[in-house]
Write a protein that binds this ligand. Structure first.
Ligand code: AP5
Ligand code: MG
Length: 212
């Protein structure tokens, strides 16, 4: 089984998709996390992606499609993948089909703009392991320190208001059309993400189980 998480930035895709991958013991791929690691390591991919991420724009399809092909080939898994943030354009969705990857469920996690802004402005991530927190809804046990690895918690460089506005524009222009794309294929499960993390997790797991 392969599951795709779609939705606006900050709706909670990362939070929910990590939990789904653990729950169903599936592989987890986040194109955003891969690109942030590449950026940190100063690799060729990181250098190519840097300016797009910092401006809040999507990284070009050709680059992301090549990246996902490599990741899928190098990391075979038994129980399928949870894809967080890929595909994000119609071209990426078509490329995934052409790779022969069957998508069984698409979880479209939406949230109001007020919720999105509050979530992104309070988000903190571990500089070392990437684990995500929120100052109010999901605080670390010790302020500023990662519970998992003891790393320092920082604000993502694209979590400032100016970049958030651009990310939302890109989302409406390039990613929102995927909602109709997957609706036409009868794969779409719409979930309102304006609730607590646990409530939403219950809805997401139910939607996935109903499809097995
Ligand atoms: P990416 O890292 O994928 O970011 P995004 O899609 O903008 O989404 P976010 O990670 O900001 O939000 P999320 O929905 O995962 O929310 P989270 O669970 O963290 O992409 C970053 C950039 O990389 C893109 O802008 C683009 O440049 C590039 N990129 C990536 N993939 C690409 C692709 N396929 N093609 C082209 N370019 C690509 O939650 C947010 C916060 O809220 C957290 O603090 C969390 O703790 C909290 N929270 C979550 N749920 C709840 C809840 N229910 N109640 C209260 N708080 C909550
Ligand atoms: Mg995320």
């Amino acid at each position: 089984m392969n599951v795709v998480f779609l939705g606006p930035p900050g709706a909670g895709k990362g939070t929910q998709s990590v939990m789904v991958a653990e729950y169903f013991e599936m592989g987890y791929i986040s194109t955003g996390n891969i690109m942030r690691s590449a950026l940190k390591s100063g690799s060729e991919l990181g250098n190519l992606a840097k300016s797009y991420i910092e401006k809040g724009e999507l990284v070009p399809d050709s680059l992301v499609i090549k990246l996902i092909k490599e990741v899928l080939t190098l990391n075979p898994v038994e129980n399928g993948y949870v894809l967080d943030g890929f595909p994000r354009t119609i071209a990426q969705a078509e490329a995934l089909d052409n790779m022969g990857m069957v998508v069984n469920k698409v979880i479209f996690l939406d949230a109001s703009e007020d919720t999105i802004l509050a979530r992104m402005s309070g988000r903190r991530v571990c500089e070392a392991c990437g684990k995500s927190y929120h100052l109010i809804s999901k605080p670390a046990k010790v302020d500023g320190i990662c519970d998992k690895c003891g790393g320092t918690l920082i604000k993502r460089t694209d979590d400032n208001l100016e970049t958030i506005v651009e990310r939302l524009k890109e989302y409406h222009k390039k990613t929102e059309p995927l909602r109709q794309f997957y609706l036409n294929k009868k794969m779409l499960n719409f979930i309102n993400g304006d609730g607590t993390i646990d409530d939403i997790q219950g809805k997401v797991i139910k939607a996935i189980k109903e499809g097995i």
